[in-house]
Design a protein around this ligand. Structure first.
Ligand code: NDP
Length: 231
């Protein structure tokens, strides 16, 4: 049975990934900050035998290492670094930037995905699929930035892309693949109600990209519908 570990699994895209992989018969390791309050995830576990919920705040690297030790014998086919934050509303752009909020964005959106990849590489290495998936954003694209603003979020996703591109090269000789995905503009708490697509459409598209992944694509930046993204 293939297995997937998902961060930020209690709502939004993370929860939809859990639902779709559980329905497809995968073992799902759903990580979230507050399992006791994760009602939708707990309901999913009631109806699916192979959903396991683990407490994980990705800001706490000690917790990441502890969870990796707890899951030492597990095999993880696909790690999905999904947890993310949009902190720009806390600062108001140039002249009033909130540098603490920027550090927080970098911690959650850039450093934590790399730390997850490092800590869980033994479990990924022993799996069949051996794939690290990162939920990035079009807003991390330098080529696409024609409107400015959102410095915290844009820089944290651009740095995620740069880091994961390097990992894709560094891990190639271990046959570990790396994918960088743009989920589209999606109706979640982060995307808001006016977003263009729902989480079902976004996640089913990203799952198709993940299913079709071959090592030759490692390091690619791809939209949920399979089209290449501008760097
Ligand atoms: P949501 O705001 O709906 O959900 C964010 C998730 O991240 C929540 O589960 C949240 O947990 C979790 N999270 C935040 N901080 C931490 C932390 N320190 N430790 C663990 N989990 C944490 O966002 P989306 O579902 O929309 O976003 C998912 C990913 O997709 C993000 O990386 C985002 O940047 C990206 N994305 C989204 C787009 C959109 O239009 N929605 C567009 C482009 C990219 P909690 O409930 O505990 O806060």
């Amino acid at each position: 049975m293939p297995s997937v570990l998902i961060t930020g699994a209690n709502r939004g895209l993370g929860l939809e990934f859990c639902r779709q992989y559980a329905d497809a018969g995968w073992k799902v390791i759903a990580c979230c900050r507050n399992p006791a309050q994760a009602e939708a995830l707990n309901a999913l576990r009631q109806s699916h035998d192979f959903v396991q919920i683990e407490a994980l705040d990705v800001a706490d690297f000690g917790q990441i290492d502890d969870l990796s030790k707890t899951l030492l014998d597990a095999s993880i086919d696909v790690l999905i670094n999904n947890a993310g934050v949009y902190d720009d509303q806390r600062g108001n752009g140039f002249g009033q930037l909130d540098y603490q909020a920027w550090q927080h964005s970098l911690l959650i959106n850039t450093l934590a995905p790399v730390k997850m990849a490092e800590s869980f590489s033994p479990q990924i290495k022993r799996s069949g699929k051996k794939l690290i998936v990162n939920i990035s954003s079009l807003m991390g694209s330098l080529a696409d930035n024609g409107s400015g603003g959102s410095i915290l979020y844009r820089s944290s996703k651009a740095a995620l892309n740069a880091s994961m591109k390097s990992l894709s090269i560094d891990l190639m000789n271990q046959n570990i693949g790396v994918l960088i995905l743009h989920p589209g503009w999606v109706q979640t708490d982060m995307g808001g109600a006016n977003a263009l697509i729902d989480s079902k459409t976004s996640v089913s598209g990203m799952r198709a990209v993940i299913d079709g992944f071959t090592l030759a694509q490692s390091g690619a930046f791809i939209k949920y519908d399979g089209t290449p993204m501008p760097w």
